[in-house]
Design a binder for this molecule. Structure first.
Ligand code: NAP
Length: 243
């Protein structure tokens, strides 16, 4: 098994190149989990269970995507703001024909979204919101006024119809999707049979408690197969693809 430190950033980018024909969307998901299956540490966030090795792969995955998709719970709990590409990954994005910064997409029914992520940030990527057709009309039009109507996408009733939303994104040229969580959105993506890849970092920790697993919600059964594993001095970096 190769050690992460043996790979340059370019080699890491080659290893995690998006598969596919460039026409349909590819949904890659990325999570960190402790050895006892928790997606969070005792502070209820993932930042307390990841390490430098996980962070390096996290940045490589961002460098290769058109858009980072997250559930609103993750935006609220993890304090997301607009996305900025670190200088070290700018050339990789350019070489892959990607925009300077990834677009951030939030999935929400309630449209209870934190100010921090709604605020446009100079020199950072844009924001799109995926919500339902029965979302509060006042909140939808306020968001449309803030972000531009084409950046508020509605699909499905009750829950976002992730299949048609993904098709719409692909039609707009947003095909390399990276879902950074959280567990409820992951569950819904699995149930919609949309998860093409899971990049899972196993943190060398057991934390007990009642933290969520990387997929949380109604039971499901999604079989994956190991594509590769990289060792590091801390986390084990694995990549699983659709079986
Ligand atoms: N270990 C990791 O790698 C990792 C990664 C991400 C998050 N996390 C952790 O996970 C926790 C958050 O968990 P979570 O399950 O709340 O996260 P989540 O899936 O990001 O958020 C759930 C919320 O997202 C929206 N949502 C998800 N699927 C939807 C759908 N199909 N249609 C419409 N809305 C949908 C809803 O937002 P509204 O409530 O606005 O309607 C829902 O309440 C935090 O502790 C975070 O730190 C860990």
């Amino acid at each position: 098994m190769r050690h992460l430190d043996e790979l340059s950033d370019e080699e890491l980018a080659d290893l995690y190149e998006y598969p596919g024909n460039g026409e349909s969307a590819v949904v890659r998901t990325n999570f960190v989990s402790t050895l006892d299956g928790s997606a969070t540490g005792d502070d209820g966030r993932s930042g307390s269970i990841n390490d430098d090795a996980d962070h390096r792969v996290f940045e490589a995955l961002r460098a290769l995507c058109d858009t980072v998709v997250i559930g609103a719970g993750t935006a609220r709990d993890e304090g997301y703001g607009r996305l900025r590409t670190p200088d070290a990954w700018a050339d990789v994005r350019e070489a892959h024909g990607l925009a300077e910064h990834p677009l951030l997409i939030l999935v929400s029914r309630s449209l209870d979204l934190p100010e921090k992520v709604l605020d446009a940030a100079p020199g950072a990527g844009g924001l799109m919101v995926l919500t339902t057709e029965d979302a509060d009309p006042g909140a939808v039009s306020a968001l449309g006024a803030l972000l531009g109507p084409h950046n508020v996408l509605r699909a499905g009733r009750g829950s976002v119809d992730l299949v048609s939303a993904t098709e719409e994104l692909a039609g707009r040229g947003l095909r390399r999707l990276l879902c950074e969580g959280g567990p409820q959105l992951m569950n819904d993506l699995c149930r919609a049979d949309l998860v093409d890849e899971l990049c899972l970092s196993l943190a060398p920790l057991l934390v007990g408690g009642h933290g969520p697993r990387v997929a949380a919600g109604a039971p499901l059964r999604t079989r994956m197969r190991l594509a590769h594993a990289l060792r590091s001095d801390g986390s084990l970096l694995t990549r699983w693809t659709r079986a």
